[in-house]
Design a protein around this ligand. Structure first.
Ligand SMILES: [Zn+2]
Length: 340
């Protein structure tokens, strides 16, 4: 239960006691009303992470502060003015390396190379998108279906069905210029990082947008029970924290950059909470995977402490990271689709 709901219930109870004392006849009606309010409030907090509050506030913060990549006039013509590049002219038309295609404007992952196929049409073609990454809407011509980046609204192209070009029978026809390509890094260039800093939905949402982040998973770490569930972590005192495990390409970003971002996206001075989310599972902590990571984290905390901040963030050697239930993965990507 978050602080706001608790406060509301507290106020209601006080008012009710006051009213009953002054007019005992009101007892039954008021009792029923209070029970309904308490029940509704309890239901609203069971879904986790005080989602209404944190979801809208995170979306708002992102919309307010997210810096989109600067676009060239040619890119703007397609991405913002919904133009179309000439067929067979884009750099990803005849291109089949392994990796991920991301939005040119906001870096959100859009398509995987496994879903790319040669449609012979002159534009990159995919028969599936990354779940929740692409939004479909009726084109201005009233006939075709336009596809845009679900995160920033960048124009991508159009989607067609019924062509029977692949088993999935769908073709996302995408302008090369609307995307960047991130190749699968070589094994030696891939490293992991684990952070806990409040509701993992939001932390994941931020890190997914970082250049060089290959993939993210949310889960639980630092507790006492094997295979913990969300319920265990929230209600059964298992001491786990809601965590994010990041796999990143060391040639595109560094552990230090990730730790700096971690400190920017959460309030590292709060102990066992982040805003309305209160509890040990929301603690601020860096789970290092090797001595180098430990040293970097310690140095950054020292810099913040020297600047006068009271840093609540703990540093601990990573224990086993337990992946969370599927419905928690890419939560905002999946659910953003309907509220975009
Ligand atoms: Zn985008």
């Amino acid at each position: 239960m978050n602080l706001k709901n608790f406060f509301c219930i507290f106020i209601v109870v006080i008012i009710v006691i006051f009213k009953i004392k002054r007019n005992p006849k009101l007892n039954n009606i008021i009792l029923v009303t209070v029970l309904v309010i308490l029940f509704a409030s309890a239901i609203s907090t069971l879904n986790g992470c005080s989602q209404e509050n944190s979801y809208s506030s995170i979306k708002k913060t992102l919309n307010d502060s997210m810096k989109y990549n600067k676009l060239t006039p040619e890119e703007e013509q397609v991405i913002l003015n919904k133009g179309t590049e000439r067929p067979f002219s884009g750099k990803y038309d005849d291109f089949y390396e392994k990796g991920t295609y991301v939005c040119k404007r906001c870096n959100a992952p859009l398509y995987r190379s496994e879903n790319k196929f040669d449609a012979g049409c002159g534009w990159p073609s995919f028969d599936d998108e990354i779940q929740g990454a692409v939004k479909k809407q009726t084109d201005a011509d009233g006939i075709r279906t336009e596809i845009i980046c679900a995160n920033c609204g960048a124009h991508l192209g159009h989607v067609f069905t019924g062509e029977h070009l692949t088993a999935k029978n769908i073709r996302h026809c995408v302008n090369s210029i609307s995307m960047n390509f991130i190749p699968v890094p070589k094994e030696e260039n891939s490293e992991k990082a684990i952070f806990t800093g409040g509701c993992f939905w939001g932390v994941e949402y931020y890190f997914q947008k970082v250049k060089g982040v290959i993939s993210t998973e949310v889960g639980y770490i630092g507790g006492t029970k094997d295979n913990p569930t969300y319920k265990d972590v929230c209600y059964n005192n298992t001491h786990h924290a809601e965590a994010i495990e990041i796999t990143y390409d060391t040639t595109l970003t560094t552990y230090e950059e990730l730790v700096k971002l971690f400190f920017e996206i959460h309030d590292f001075t709060q102990v066992n909470r982040q805003g309305p989310d209160i509890g040990e599972q929301y603690r601020s902590e860096i789970f290092y995977l090797n001595d180098k990571q430990k040293e970097i984290a310690e140095n950054l905390i020292k810099i913040l402490t020297d600047k006068g901040y009271k840093v609540a963030t703990k540093i601990e050697m990573a224990s086993k990271f337990w992946k969370a239930e599927d419905y928690h993965q890419e939560y905002y990507q999946k659910n953003g689709e309907t509220t975009y």
